[in-house]
Structure formats: C-alpha cells, structure tokens
Design a protein around this ligand. Structure first.
Ligand code: AP5
Length: 183
C-alpha cells in the first residue's frame, strides 16, 4: 500500500468515506482539511470563527490558514504514512506543499482522482445535509471545484502521479477498486 497519498475530487465523490476506510485498514493518518476546519469551528477557536462563514458559503478558506494546519499536522507525524483528503485544493496549495514535503524529506507517491457525475454527487450531498449541503451552496462548491481544484488534474498528470478511479457504485465496490489501484 502506498504511504503518502492525496485524494482529490468533487464534493460528494466519497473522498472522506474512502480515505477513512483505507487509513483504518493500512495504519495511515487521515488528514482531511475539511474535518480539521470543522473541528476548529465546533471548538469556537479564532481560526474556526474565521473559517465558518467561508465554509458555509462553499468557498475556499485562505491558503495561509489551511497551509498552517497541514504543516502542523504533517510535522507531528514522525514518519507515519498519511492520506491528505481535500488538500491541496488549488495550484497555489499544491506548489506550497512541495517545499514543505522537501523539509520533511518526503514526496507524494500517488494522487487519486475520484470521479462521479454531478447528478449522483448532488443526490449524495442532499441526502447527507451537512451545514454546506443545501442546493445553492452545493452549486457554488461545484463551481469552485471546477475553477480552482480541477486544474490540479493536469498539474499532477504532468508529474505522472495521477490515477483516476470511478467513484460510482457501492462504498464496498469503490474500496475494492481503490485497494487494487493502490496496492
Ligand atoms: P470538505 O470537507 O473537503 O468537503 P468537500 O470536498 O466538499 O467534500 P465532501 O466532504 O462534501 O465530500 P467527500 O468527497 O469527502 O464525500 P464523503 O465521503 O463525505 O471541505 C468543506 C469546506 O472546507 C470547503 O468547502 C472549504 O470551505 C473548506 N476547505 C476544506 N479543505 C480546504 C482547503 N484545502 N483549502 C481551502 N478550503 C478548504 O461522502 C459524501 C456523502 O455521500 C456522505 O453522506 C457519504 O456517506 C455518502 N457516500 C459516500 N460514498 C458513497 C457511495 N459509494 N454510495 C452512496 N453514498 C455514498
């Protein structure tokens, strides 16, 4: 199993669901910037207060804030493998990740793109009903994904790190698909 992975994909593709399963099975640390930000919001920290309104609009929190969170998480790992879920979210974050990994003498082994049609992902998100899962915010998240995150597909393709995985089907079927690609 790969030890240093990125998961990218549109909202609702199943990044969090699958990342959590793979990390449990293989002893990796699951680092979801969305989950880390939501913990800050629940704790009522200054950082959480800054992030909450932005997240509820479905926009991206500032690169500096997210990078500070990722830096502190990765440097605390002491060599344990990791899966970054939802980070990087734009090319600037991807470029900032490289020197950080350089400092840690690590590199990305694989970038997984989970692909799913808009119709299915909107259905999944509406069924979940998180604070940012209403129709207009979902539309905004998708728009931001297309404009800001999708350019990472070519970015990581050009580095020969990208694999695409079909995210349609049952949770178990997708886990099996991922295990096969990441073995
Ligand atoms: P984040 O938490 O990363 O949200 P997201 O990318 O929009 O992803 P989701 O959690 O909605 O979807 P997912 O692909 O993880 O799918 P999941 O497994 O949950 O980010 C939230 C916000 O935080 C951002 O909008 C931004 O404001 C901020 N943020 C985060 N990272 C940032 C960054 N790097 N820079 C700046 N800002 C950042 O599944 C979705 C639902 O579908 C669940 O209910 C699940 O149970 C269900 N499901 C999953 N798989 C299946 C399946 N196979 N069949 C049926 N249902 C399924």
């Amino acid at each position: 199993m790969k030890q240093r992975l990125l998961f990218i994909g549109p909202p609702g593709a199943g990044k969090g669901t699958q990342a959590s399963r793979l990390c449990d099975t293989h002893g990796l640390r699951h680092l979801s910037t969305g989950d880390l930000l939501r913990s800050e919001v629940s704790a009522g920290s200054a950082l959480g207060k800054e992030a909450e309104a932005v997240m509820n609009r479905g926009e991206l929190v500032s690169d500096d804030l997210v990078l500070a969170i990722v830096r502190s998480q990765l440097t605390a790992l002491n060599g344990q493998g990791w899966l970054l879920d939802g980070f990087p979210r734009n090319v600037a974050q991807a470029q900032a990740l490289e020197p950080l990994l350089g400092e840690l003498q690590q590199s990305i082994e694989i970038v997984v793109l989970l692909e799913l049609s808009d119709e299915v992902l909107v259905e999944r998100l509406l069924a979940r009903g998180r604070a940012d899962d209403n129709e207009s915010v979902i539309r905004n998240r998708l728009e931001i994904y297309r404009k800001q995150t999708a350019p990472l597909i070519d970015y990581y393709k050009s580095k020969e790190l990208l694999v695409s995985v079909d995210a349609q089907g049952s949770v178990d079927a997708i886990t099996t698909r991922l295990e096969e690609r990441l073995a």
